[in-house]
Design a protein around this ligand. Structure first.
Ligand SMILES: *Cc1c(COP(=O)(O)O)cnc(C)c1O
Length: 343
């Protein structure tokens, strides 16, 4: 029996073309700025996303942390969603390492933060309060795409109050591909509302490692200082940058395939007794199990695993589609779920 892995889009293996690009990459010491492959990637991402400068990072977590530390000083504050990666899933790095206080807000059903909540949490200039400096959004968030009209409004609100705007765009291209048309142009439609954007290449784009942070030349200069301090100054990193560059050129448009597989999976699970499936907007399918407890979810995950289907979930089950799953894998997952819930 084949094992099919829906735990995350991070599990992908480099494709043959990507491995060739890595093997052929010209290299130098990137701490000296000498790695041509890193420099080429940074320039390409900055251009494609409409920024002055960009910086290659080992991980999305470090990309976000460097961005937060470049935007905020000790004692500053960033407004962020309760379930945002930059608040909940990065070990509290902004607070621990940056002395930056998070102001988490609850999400709306579509993943956004309400404008009223944002406005109500921007602190007046008063010694009692941390200085509110930054609004951080995430797109996609939980697989959902934030509407462009919302981004425009949130951005205008932030600017009106003198806040900078950072986007955790780990899955930016999933959002842009779901819009249809040219995925790079659609990405710029999103990134135009932000002062900095981090993009992961190790998720659906299929690179083994890497994230790129984009911003103004001045912001990237500061982020580069933090990156070095955080241990992210890599040497012949072009071997990794070449993989990310290959992904940027060849594996963006194909994210549409992942989205189609997610729809196929959701359709196949629809109507199973005791199961509610949210219609996926991109490559993540959440499945609510009736009467769910953490142990029930764990039971389902164990059952699926014994049938070669890997998924995750604490209360909701989560299936993520990617480069290394296909229709047969999706059908294997549907069959195992049917056996559990309808069998
Ligand atoms: C994966 C992810 C990151 C960064 O994760 P790393 O594992 O550090 O690369 C950041 N934000 C979001 C939304 C993510 O999904």
């Amino acid at each position: 029996m084949k094992t099919v892995d829906f735990r995350s889009d991070t599990v992908t293996q480099p494709t043959a073309g990507m491995r060739e690009a890595m093997a052929a990459a010209q290299l130098g010491d990137d701490v000296f700025g000498d790695d041509p492959s890193v420099n080429a990637l940074q320039q390409a991402v900055a251009e494609r996303l409409g920024f002055e400068a960009a910086l290659f990072m080992p991980t999305g977590t470090q990309s976000n942390l460097c961005a937060l530390m470049a935007h905020c000083q000790r004692g500053d504050e960033y407004i962020v969603g309760q379930f945002a990666h930059t608040y909940r899933w990065e070990g509290g790095g902004a607070a621990v390492l940056g002395s930056i206080q998070p102001q988490p807000l609850n999400h709306q059903a579509d993943g956004s933060l309400s404008l009223a909540d944002i406005a109500a949490n921007i602190k007046p200039d008063d010694v009692h309060f941390a200085r509110t400096r930054l609004l951080t959004l995430e797109n996609t968030i939980g697989g959902k795409v934030l509407p462009l009209a919302y981004l425009a409004e949130a951005s205008a609100l932030a600017q009106k109050h003198g806040l900078a705007r950072h986007l955790d765009g780990a899955r930016l291209f999933n959002a842009s591909v779901s819009a249809g048309g040219d995925p790079y142009a659609a990405a710029r439609e999103i990134t135009q509302y932000f002062d900095s954007v981090s993009v992961c290449f190790s998720k659906g784009l299929g690179a083994p490692v890497g994230s790129v942070l984009c911003g103004s030349a001045a912001l990237i200069k500061q982020a580069k200082r933090w990156r070095k301090m955080l241990g992210g100054g890599m040497r012949q990193a072009g071997v990794l940058a070449a993989a990310a560059h290959y992904a940027l050129d060849h594996q963006v448009a194909r994210l549409a395939d992942d989205h189609a597989l997610a729809k196929r999976l959701a359709a196949g699970l629809q109507g199973l007794p005791g199961v509610t499936v949210e219609a996926p907007q991109t490559n993540i399918v959440f499945v609510d199990v009736a009467g769910v407890t953490a142990s029930r979810a764990a039971g389902v995950i164990e059952y699926l695993k014994a049938r070669g289907v890997l998924a995750t979930g604490l209360y909701k089950l989560r299936f993520v589609t990617h480069l290394d799953v296909d229709e047969a894998a999706v059908d294997q997952a549907i069959a195992a779920m049917r056996e559990y819930f309808a069998g």
